[in-house]
Design a protein around this ligand. Structure first.
Ligand SMILES: Cc1cc2nc3c(=O)[nH]c(=O)nc-3n(C[C@H](O)[C@H](O)[C@H](O)COP(=O)(O)OP(=O)(O)OC[C@H]3O[C@@H](n4cnc5c(N)ncnc54)[C@H](O)[C@@H]3O)c2cc1C
Length: 400
């Protein structure tokens, strides 16, 4: 059998692409070297945020995604029925706080710039902040409320997108590592190679998350995606005392930073099950899974500045994952002029859960030669193209 499209990677990005493409009637294979949702999409948090994004293309993509998620999660739940676990979509809102005087003006200015980019960003008084989050440290110096920030259960969302794609005929190949492509004499793709078989197709989507850099090198068309490690602390279950996604303003600096060294910020939220998730860290240490207590200690210390009551919480477990980092901080959603038939959907760093669904719209439009849309209107895909100027110095051969 020849598939219309083979997608490499069954994380949330590959799953969203499988859903969008199968919905448009294409025959799809999704190939993963392990199991679906076994990579970063199950080692992360499920925030769908606008609050942490600078006005520009990534924020625009986040707004498009946020316009898609509510209806999509409802549709998936209806389609998959009550025996499928809930996607736990919750428009809970986010609150960004500062804990220093020096942090106040930058946060207020940032919120002002976001308002001009169609983000609802409301500066709160201390009383208003305490009304929304009664357990927050009353010594915070400023707070901004972002009602659009939402949350989803990322592993279940990935599984749901794949399950719905399967209902439309998509086939998943588990424990199947892609090691190369097969080509016609013209150079165009005729299939993918795994250790044991060849799967025929003329179109391949590389959606291998932080491993996309490695896989693209095997194809002879390297892209500069690297892993950026992140860790999360999980408390045992407790009565709900955190009602929004709450984080300190330091988080914003960490998301935009290119530094390889450890960076941490307090990012606190509760899950529907009653646990509290405390993030987050960022460091470029390759695919190392070593457990470093100083990383967790720093995250915990910063979280206590925002929510002192957490001093009494017990930590049930910790986990870590690898964000797919791009050097110019924008995802790559593009065809690849070096290999006709190759497409990329990678490099979403710390925002791939949120951005996956608008990414899939762009990707499907690229493959089908149509225009990507969301309920907000047309989605501009140019900033995510492989030929964009900010990426050229990171490619072995400039494409622009
Ligand atoms: C601690 C942490 C917190 C985060 N919090 C958030 C958040 O709150 N909100 C948000 O939006 N994002 C968050 N992120 C980022 C988000 O998790 C990622 O951007 C997203 O999961 C990337 O999805 P993906 O599908 O691209 O990659 P992955 O989920 O990693 O999927 C890639 C898949 O490719 C497969 N693969 C790799 N190589 C091959 C091969 N050769 N052949 C076949 N298959 C292969 C892997 O097995 C894997 O299943 C967080 C990340 C971390 C680490």
């Amino acid at each position: 059998m020849t598939f219309d499209v083979v997608i490499i990677g069954a994380g949330i990005v590959g799953a969203a692409c499988a859903y969008s493409l199968s919905q448009r009637g294409l025959s799809i294979a999704v190939v993963d070297k392990t199991l679906p949702s076994n990579g970063t999409s199950s080692h992360c948090e499920g925030n769908l945020l606008v609050s942490d994004k600078v006005a520009g293309p990534e924020l625009d993509l986040a707004l498009h995604s946020l316009a898609i998620w509510p209806e999509l999660s409802k549709t998936l739940e209806e389609e998959l029925g009550p025996s499928f676990p809930s996607l736990e979509f919750e428009p809970k809102g986010g609150i960004v706080v500062t804990t220093t005087e020096a942090g106040v003006q930058p946060l207020i200015k940032f919120a002002h710039q976001q308002r001009q980019a169609h983000v609802d960003a409301q500066v709160l008084s201390l009383d208003e902040a305490l009304e929304r989050e009664p357990w927050i440290n009353p010594e915070i110096t400023s707070a901004v409320y972002y009602p659009q920030d939402s949350q989803i259960q990322p592993t279940i969302a990935t599984e749901a997108l794949l399950a719905a794609a399967r209902k439309r005929g998509a086939v998943t190949f588990n424990n199947t590592e892609v090691i190369g492509l097969t080509h016609a004499d013209s150079g165009s793709i005729t299939g993918i190679r795994t250790k044991n078989q060849t799967i025929s197709t003329n179109s391949v989507v590389l959606a291998a998350g932080p491993w996309s850099g490695i896989v693209s090198e095997r194809f002879g068309a390297a892209i500069p995606v690297k892993p950026r490690r992140g860790n999360v602390l999980v408390t045992s279950r407790m009565p709900h005392q955190v009602f929004h996604k709450v984080y300190d303003g330091d988080y914003f600096g960490a998301t935009q930073s290119a530094e390889a060294d450890l960076q941490t910020a307090a990012v606190v939220e509760s899950s529907q099950a009653g646990t509290v998730l405390i993030g987050s860290s960022r460091e470029q240490v390759g695919f190392t899974e070593h457990f470093h207590t100083h990383v967790y200690a720093e995250m915990a210390r910063k979280a206590l500045r925002v929510f002192p009551f957490l001093a009494n919480a017990s930590i049930m477990r910790t986990y870590g994952g690898f964000r797919p980092y791009m050097p110019d901080h924008l995802p790559l959603i593009s065809d690849d002029p070096r290999i006709p038939g190759l497409y990329h959907a990678s490099g979403h760093e710390g925002a791939g859960i949120g951005l996956s669904v608008a990414t899939a719209e762009i990707l499907a439009a690229r493959i089908l030669g149509t225009i990507a849309t969301s309920p907000l209107g047309n989605i501009d895909s140019a900033p995510f193209d492989l030929r964009r100027p900010t990426l050229q110095t990171y490619l072995t051969e400039a494409l622009a």
